[in-house]
Design a binder for this molecule. Structure first.
Ligand SMILES: Cc1cc2nc3c(=O)[nH]c(=O)nc-3n(C[C@H](O)[C@H](O)[C@H](O)COP(=O)(O)OP(=O)(O)OC[C@H]3O[C@@H](n4cnc5c(N)ncnc54)[C@H](O)[C@@H]3O)c2cc1C
Length: 462
């Protein structure tokens, strides 16, 4: 049995920085990764998709020069092979950097293999046993594949990113964040795109207005949506094309045949193959590892970080898990998961930036709130850019004047949202932004204006 001071399982957004921090503190660390250093975000998640989003936007610009008085001759072509090569080169540079950092560090023993618990503090990898008083689990998640699709020929986010030809007709099951990003980018690359969703609207966790605006601007670009389908299944045809059969509640059937199918119906944690039962580590009914506010599992000295603990589903939440562990362990801090404010983006174009509660969530909780709203069509900078899709809105606690949540769907929305995030972390009331001045001409300069005219919300979530 090989002994270490700590074992880190999984090179995700938490595990990777943690390994370096543990090593810096002088600890001997075993670092186990079964597939690729850098995990989901770098290899098959955020980095490749946002690289593709940028290529898709360049394609869109080439086709919309005329809107702004620029004559660009027809004939822009999205070269999937070159788009993929660019993405691969970007990833390789980062992965090479991590690989070098790991292999050059004599405190770190990097083991490529699949880790499995054999006992409470005993891990098996490649037939060898390792032990350490501290174990950090950072195994992330993988795409969920519904039973109906197990025998269909489908792509996931991983395999779709390996294509070097643009699909003729991409069928996407799942009208949520991943499905929408892929849908818009492949439409812009030149594919026909059809999106199927069980719910009556896309991105159902957002306010209705957000869902309908995103749907509208994607439809305007030519994406087709099939919503409110009670049952969605897939069938591989003799010529290798794929047919989606979608039934509504009344049994009416829609059949669409395409060349490729992307399943984007959610993710599940990689905890089922980890042998957690051998260590007595508890999971919830969805397989997420149960942790306390300090990310410790029910077994002392064993921690779970990132997507596998169900406390976040983003790179920034995984990284924040790393910070909580590292700063509490080495810097005498008292950081907790419950200190975190929910924030994220949806990187369609124009993007969505979100923080805290939606209007609907605040109303459902019965909170005494004030709301403000402004369409992008009433913002000069958006008009000047010729990008007036979207809106921004804010939810404020009527008594404490604290901002409870905000939505910025529109040009720059993914960056603009940080203004709200910062004020919420500062614990300062909404008047701090209302009474500030912002540079002109920007979309942000209308945030104080929006905050000058807060009002009670209408009951329905429109
Ligand atoms: C298509 C897509 C787009 C996304 N876009 C965004 C975005 O724009 N912004 C954002 O914030 N988030 C985004 N995400 C989510 C983000 O990628 C994840 O939240 C983030 O990567 C979670 O990191 P993690 O630390 O939990 O682990 P991961 O990054 O998932 O890494 C876990 C690692 O553990 C390894 N592993 C698993 N089991 C074992 C085992 N038994 N032994 C050894 N190693 C193991 C895996 O191979 C993997 O490398 C996206 C995800 C997808 C799929």
């Amino acid at each position: 049995m090989k002994k270490f001071d700590a074992i880190v399982i999984g090179s995700g957004q938490a595990g990777t920085p943690l390994v370096f921090r543990l090593a810096k503190a002088g600890m001997q660390v075993a670092f186990i990764e079964k597939k690729h250093l850098g995990g989901t975000c770098l290899n098959v998640g955020c980095t490749p998709t946002k690289t593709y989003v940028a290529s898709a936007r360049r394609m869109w610009d080439a086709q919309h020069g005329e809107d702004l008085g620029i004559e660009i001759p027809d004939g822009a072509v999205a070269n999937m092979k070159k788009i993929k090569d660019r993405k691969d080169a970007l990833i390789k540079k980062s992965v090479d950097g991590i690989t070098k950092g790991v292999t050059d560090n004599e405190k770190i023993t990097y083991i490529k293999g699949e880790a499995k618990f054999k006992a409470e503090k005993t891990i098996e990898v490649n037939g060898e046993l390792l032990t350490a008083p501290e174990i950090y689990i950072n195994v992330g998640g993988r795409p969920f594949v519904p039973k109906d699709f197990e025998k269909t020929c489908f792509l996931t986010n991983e395999s779709l990113l390996e294509l070097d030809k643009i699909p003729e007709h991409l069928l996407i099951v799942g009208g949520s964040y991943i499905g929408l990003e892929f849908g818009q980018m492949f439409k812009r690359f030149g594919a026909e795109v059809s999106i199927f969703e069980k719910g009556e609207r896309i991105i159902h966790r957002e306010d209705e207005k957000t869902s309908s605006m995103v749907q509208k601007f994607m439809e305007d670009e030519g994406v087709t949506f099939h919503l409110d389908k009670e049952c969605i299944s897939g069938k591989r045809e003799a010529d290798d094309s794929i047919t989606i059969i979608a039934k509504d509640a009344d049994g009416n059937e829609t059949k669409v045949t395409g060349s490729h199918l992307l399943l984007a119906v959610g993710r599940r944690p990689n905890t089922d193959t980890l042998g957690l039962e051998n260590a007595g580590i508890e999971t919830n009914d969805k397989g997420f590892i149960k942790v306390n506010d300090y990310l410790e599992t029910n077994v002392k000295g064993i921690y779970a970080l990132g997507d596998c603990n169900g406390e976040g589903a983003f790179t920034h939440t995984a990284y924040n898990d790393y910070e909580i562990i590292a700063e509490n362990r080495f810097d005498g801090k008292d950081r907790k998961v419950s200190d975190r404010i929910l924030t994220y983006g949806l990187f369609v174009d124009p993007p969505l930036g979100r923080v805290g509660m939606t209007k609907a969530q605040a109303i459902e909780k019965g909170l005494d709130i004030l709301v403000g709203e402004r369409p992008m069509s009433k913002i000069s900078r958006a008009k000047e850019k010729g990008e007036t899709n979207g809106y921004m809105s804010v939810v404020v606690d009527a008594q404490s004047e604290q901002i409870l949540g905000a939505t910025v769907l529109g040009v720059g929305g993914d960056e603009i949202i940080s203004g709200f995030v910062n004020i919420m972390y500062a614990g300062s009331g909404y008047t701090t932004i209302r009474d500030s001045i912002q540079p002109h001409p920007t979309v942000s300069e209308l945030i104080p204006t929006m905050l000058e005219s807060l009002s009670k919300p209408e009951k329905e979530n429109k």
